[in-house]
Design a protein around this ligand. Sequence first.
Ligand code: TRP
Ligand code: SF4
Length: 405
Amino acid sequence: MNSVALDNQRVLSGMRPTGRMHLGHLHGVLKNWMRLQHEYECFFCVVDWHALTTNYEHSREIEPAMWEMLVDWLAVGVDPGKAKLFIQSHILEHAELHLLLSMVTPLSWLERVPTYKEQQEQLKDRDLATYGFLGYPVLMSADILIYKAGWVPVGEDQVPHVELTREIARRFNHIFGREEDFESRAESAVKKLGKKHSKLYSQLRTRYQQHGDHEALKLARALLAESQNLTLGDRERLLGYLEGGGRSILTEPSPLLTEVARMPGLDGRKMSKSYGNTISLREDPAQVESKLRTMPTDPARVRRSDPGNPEKCPVWDFHKVYSDETTRDWAWKGCTSAGIGCLECKQPVIDAVLKELEPIRKRAIEIEASPEMVRSIIKQGCDAARDVARDTMDEVRQAMGLSYR
Ligand code: TRP
Ligand code: SF4
């Protein structure tokens, strides 16, 4: 039995509508998404409501920024035939789940989220003393839990939010997964697995519960994923029964941290629009060239004859992303021995960036010329996402006893 393949293979990620994408987005996020779209069932969401949590006064800027961003997602090769691309606010179920989760989320959990205080200190010009800003990690939890995603590709800074999502899911399952006669219902569900599988399930459950054997837990989950003729309720019972408690309605996700190349901005700080140090994916080639040519280098190299230290130069970080070993070797030696000048050193980087961006810019122009196509792609993504979200909400309402008509 291949337990890895049977594990939860659904990925969800969200991005705020920030307008045109730049090289930082491409190397930090989008290339990773493009790898994942081949290996997992991916849901990529424009989290437009999240933009409101820090910037509600500028709500009208969301729409144009969103279309610009989507054009770039498509232009780089995020594939709507593989991943579902959709807009958070088009799936109203996110708001419903957010509301229901907010009822069971302790205030102290939210006040403890690191970004809560950090952002209030950093973004002094914004009004972050709102209910919406405090609750923003609950909204993110709803985004993830409504798709029962197993994996959430995020940067380091977002990991605490995924952890919070796990805690909220666990708390929800604990409160609403309970049933009067859970044990006996679970036991009769075990029998429905068939002779061979029910024996295996019970053995694996014992191994996990008595010896904390996580491999056994994984195998048992895989066994359940394989079992065809279980009702949804029984499946949730058996998942929950593995770990004790009650039914498992919401799935605990894990952060998916991938090694990404550090893509610095032109000044060596993180590439970010607010620092004005970006190269956008649709930047005019002449502009790309002039930005890179004027980019600062190791300040020790005042004259051509002064040797430098690549570790102190943002161009070196570009070499790490764009150059092969031979070129990096050449740059390192030339820099430290003052054998090459900085403009010479930058040339292979300039060439590589131009080469990378050319097809993206061309595709973006084509895509921009057919806004109807973009809308239809998003509509399809939204329809597919909504189907999943609706199913989850049916289960959630039922578990809470809210499915009366
Ligand atoms: N909180 C994320 C950010 O600010 C965006 C986000 C919202 C997200 N919902 C998500 C990311 C769900 C991953 C999964 O960047
Ligand atoms: Fe930077 Fe290259 Fe100049 Fe060295 S030679 S300071 S690595 S640009």
